[in-house]
Design a protein around this ligand. Structure first.
Ligand code: FPP
Length: 258
């Protein structure tokens, strides 16, 4: 039953339209990160199981990827599963893991066709062999793609990411490969999962919630925030374009004057 639901959503994949080729690079936007929230509420408000909301959320993922490509965004980060999400009901967690495995593997041909390289921001410990194999397969098959990088945060905790960077630095210092004066913002960033990725210019959160929930805490230092009341399964290409348009109206000063 679950497999056929996944196939339904995959088969109903909407074609990409590159027609208008809107490019927001002029506003300096390179990296958009999204906290995809509201799947559960979307489903329960329709009398459906929560997992149905996650299935529908995959359609919104596709729309967002297409809209980001159309806009010329270089990096798109999606928050798919936090370490805290393990605390949900077992059925929901199992359903999500199955959804990730199948979707990630099945989307590979379409992602390569569109030139999307995929990278996972994740703590591999705690993920099943099946999930890890699908992540590795997707990363290796899309590694040559250069149009946009899609970063998927899965089994992710920003605090743990920071702690693990601190540990890596401490161990390099104690082994003599690094001195205390080498520790700075750049060397620290280079030890995060997002090494070599520019910080997000814009962080979008859907569903009306207004918090970061342990997402990109270091990287968000100067990000602009955009909160949408739309539940994630209803977040379409137009919603993404509205967020970019709002970003275009913001004045970023990075602590300086005009
Ligand atoms: C948050 O909504 C959403 C999640 C924890 C899962 C997000 C996953 C997807 C959209 C599938 C994406 C798949 C890939 C491969 C990237 P919630 O369940 O917390 O919503 P609620 O606040 O209404 O309960």
């Amino acid at each position: 039953m679950r497999g056929s639901r996944i196939n339904y959503y995959i088969c109903n994949f909407k074609a990409v339209s590159h027609g208008s080729n809107i490019n927001y690079m002029g506003n300096g936007i390179r990296h958009v990160a999204v906290i995809m929230d509201g799947n559960g509420r979307w489903a329960t408000s329709r009398g459906l199981e929560r997992i149905e909301g996650h299935y529908r959320g995959v359609e919104a993922v596709r729309s967002t990827i297409n809209a980001a490509l159309e806009a010329g965004v270089e990096y798109l980060t999606l928050y798919a599963f936090s370490k805290e999400n393990w605390g949900r009901e077992k059925d929901e967690v199992d359903g999500l893991m199955e959804l990730f495995c199948k979707t990630i593997s099945l989307e590979v041909p379409s992602l390569t066709e569109k030139g999307v390289k995929v990278r996972f921001l994740c703590d591999r410990a705690g993920l099943s062999r099946e999930v890890l194999d699908s992540l590795d397969y997707c990363e290796s098959k899309t590694a040559h793609c250069g149009r946009m990088t899609l970063l998927v945060a899965l089994n992710y905790s920003a605090r743990d990411e920071i702690v693990s960077a601190a540990r890596a630095i401490a161990s390099e210092v104690s082994a003599g490969g690094m001195s205390l004066s080498d520790i700075d913002g750049k060397s620290f960033s280079d030890r995060l999962y997002t090494a070599s990725v520019p910080d997000p210019d814009l962080i979008i959160r859907t569903s009306g919630e207004q918090r970061l929930s342990n997402f990109l805490l270091w990287q968000a230092a100067y990000s602009e925030f955009y909160f949408s009341s739309v539940l994630w399964p209803d977040f379409d290409e137009e919603c993404f374009r509205e967020a970019l348009a709002e970003f275009g109206r913001r004045k970023r000063r990075f602590g300086k004057t005009e």
